[in-house]
Design a protein around this ligand. Sequence first.
Ligand SMILES: NC(=O)C1=CN([C@@H]2O[C@H](COP(=O)(O)OP(=O)(O)OC[C@H]3O[C@@H](n4cnc5c(N)ncnc54)[C@H](OP(=O)(O)O)[C@@H]3O)[C@@H](O)[C@H]2O)C=CC1
Ligand SMILES: CC(C)(CO)C(=O)C(=O)O
Length: 313
Amino acid sequence: MRIGIVGAGAVGSFFGALLHRADHQVVFLARGKHLEAMRKNGLIVKREEGTFTLYSTFTDDPKNLANAELILFCVKSNDTENMAKQLLPILSKDTKVITLQNGIDNEERLGEIFGFQRIFSCATYVQTAIEEPGVVNQQGRVALVIGELDHSAREKCSEIVTCFNQAGIDATYTGNIFEKKWRKLLWNITFNPLSAISTATVGDILDNKPLRTTAESVCKEAMEVAIKVGIPIDTDQTMSTIFKNAERARIHQTSMLQDRMSGKQMEVESVCGYVMRKAQELEISVPTIQATYSILTYLNKHQSLRPNQELAK
Ligand SMILES: NC(=O)C1=CN([C@@H]2O[C@H](COP(=O)(O)OP(=O)(O)OC[C@H]3O[C@@H](n4cnc5c(N)ncnc54)[C@H](OP(=O)(O)O)[C@@H]3O)[C@@H](O)[C@H]2O)C=CC1
Ligand SMILES: CC(C)(CO)C(=O)C(=O)O
């Protein structure tokens, strides 16, 4: 298949590399030092089972994705509209677009621009980071849960799942992607904002009693909102699963923390902002989420307050 990776950062570079290794024709849209390094030395992928390097088309020009049959949409959610509008006049009407982004609101924003029948959504379970320009590091398990927004596109969705499976990626189909994305969001809202504010890893949050208590408060508030929007949740069991899964990501710096450390805009709106606005609509009080939202919005505006220019080791 001809595949375009839109936003070949940590997630896009990793999945693009696996698809390229499975003989798909993959074009990576990237920019800055990461693009420069990939053009010079190839893309280096480090995994527990070994390191490999691949050479492909690395570009900063969206026009090079014109003949893609499938786009993996992997920019940060702050860049969603801008990127989608650049792609719209370039892509064919049949090109499928799958978002691997965190949060739930990208799907709607993409659907409004491209049309809902060709947008597919994915709950992305992976821990990846750009270790240095040109080098992506992946740890732990890899799993994708994929679904369509418009049920008439179910068959096309199965083709995407098969494409990932053939590349050795554990991808499964769900008929209710919205619920899966909500469950993923519950994990992200519990750990990402707090890690970005405190600069703590997931393991640090688990081990530090006050931080853990705050994470539990965020989780409880977000679950209340999820239940009100119709997600079937057993709160005790869900909370216990979220914290059990976190044990497997102990050394992980959440994507939001990685952004803060490198002075990038954090995905505050699609994680905290989205849940906060839903809570307001539903008249649910979410004071802890509100607090994390206000701090992170401030930090996003005042980049000079970032703790470090470099990713923390
Ligand atoms: N990292 C992880 O482990 C996980 C991340 N996610 C989610 O996946 C999504 C992607 O995250 P992640 O890969 O970490 O983010 P990254 O910032 O590493 O990747 C996004 C990439 O897109 C590039 N980009 C943005 N706009 C353009 C443009 N106009 N032209 C070319 N390149 C562009 C960015 O460049 P630049 O750096 O210059 O901005 C960056 O390299 C997020 O929604 C995140 O929450 C989900 C699960 C796990
Ligand atoms: C924790 C993780 C890696 C889960 O896949 C994630 O979604 C993130 O860092 O934003």
